[in-house]
Design a protein around this ligand. Structure first.
Ligand code: ATR
Length: 269
């Protein structure tokens, strides 16, 4: 029998830190698939990104992941898009469908899968999202699909308001400024930090009367003052590593059609 080795890449800038090759190799190993998955550096401009994508798929590549700063550029480049990519206005997963470039966004469903697998039920629950950038945009539809009610807190209130307007056809959202986060009296089932504050070592001011059963920081790999605040209140805390694994799982399943059982995967640390 002929033995096909499927090729995959993750395109980013910077890219040398990416854990995606190790994660996807671990998935492949768990189901007995022989794959090649490489990091692909790309200069930070749309023409270079297009050239890299075209060369990869022209050369028989099966699937590409897209990371910073190319998710919006990838969205613009695609011929067809999933509803998740359309509403996120960003693409993290590419493949060919009938010869056309198809883009999906698995980040939000990755977050939802991670919450559910940690026993966090979302149906009818009150969720606070902090931030109104690309990270927040990508998770709104998947969270709404779970039947959750969303509130968005953002430093720039107009950006939160714009998201509320964009998603009005899918559901209602409440919007607040950071002052409300700093001084307000709220209780949420889940509070999610989707700002870039943790990455830049900045601290969000959180009200002592802000409570949540579960606190989630989309960042991982460094101490989170946000999670520390809620851990001190005995909230359950989760970082974004599980979201990373689950967005990768969904991409792998889209590309290969093979279902991954995470409890059979030896994940990299
Ligand atoms: P991403 O794609 O990761 O969401 P982004 O689009 O640059 O990145 O958005 C970053 C988000 O983090 C924004 O909501 C930003 O608030 P503004 O909309 O007011 O810019 C938020 N953010 C970044 N640093 C922050 C800080 N120190 N305090 C509060 N919010 C912060």
């Amino acid at each position: 029998m002929q033995h096909f080795i499927q090729h995959f890449i993750v395109i980013g800038n910077p890219i040398s830190h990416s854990k995606s090759p190790a994660i996807h190799q671990a998935f492949a190993q768990s189901v007995g698939l022989d794959i090649r998955y490489h990091r692909q550096f790309c200069p930070d401009d749309a023409d270079s990104f297009r050239a890299v994508v075209e060369a990869f798929f022209h050369g028989g590549g099966v699937g590409a992941n897209v990371t910073l700063p190319f998710k919006e550029i990838a969205f613009e480049l695609c011929d067809t898009l999933s509803d998740y990519a359309k509403t996120a206005k960003a693409v993290n997963t590419l493949c060919l469908r009938d010869g056309k470039l198809y883009g999906d966004n698995t980040d939000g469903r990755g977050l939802v899968a991670d919450l559910l697998s940690n026993g966090v039920d979302l149906q009818g629950k009150k969720i606070a999202l902090i931030g109104a950038g690309g990270a927040t945009r990508g998770v709104i539809l998947p969270l709404m699909e779970q039947g959750a009610t969303l509130s968005i807190f953002n430093r720039t209130l107009s950006k939160a308001q714009a998201l509320k307007d964009d998603f009005a056809v899918f559901g209602e959202m409440a919007v607040y400024g950071l002052d409300d986060l700093a001084t307000g009296d709220f209780t949420f089932d889940v509070i999610i930090n989707a700002t870039s504050a943790t990455t830049t070592d900045q601290t969000l001011t959180l009200s002592p009367t802000l409570h949540a059963t579960v606190a989630y920081d989309m960042m991982y790999g460094k101490p989170s003052p946000f999670l520390a605040h809620f851990a001190a209140q005995q909230s359950k805390t989760l970082d974004g590593y599980g979201m990373l694994i689950n967005q990768a799982k969904l991409a792998f399943e889209l590309w290969t059609g093979v279902n991954i059982e995470l409890n059979r995967v030896q994940l990299p640390k």
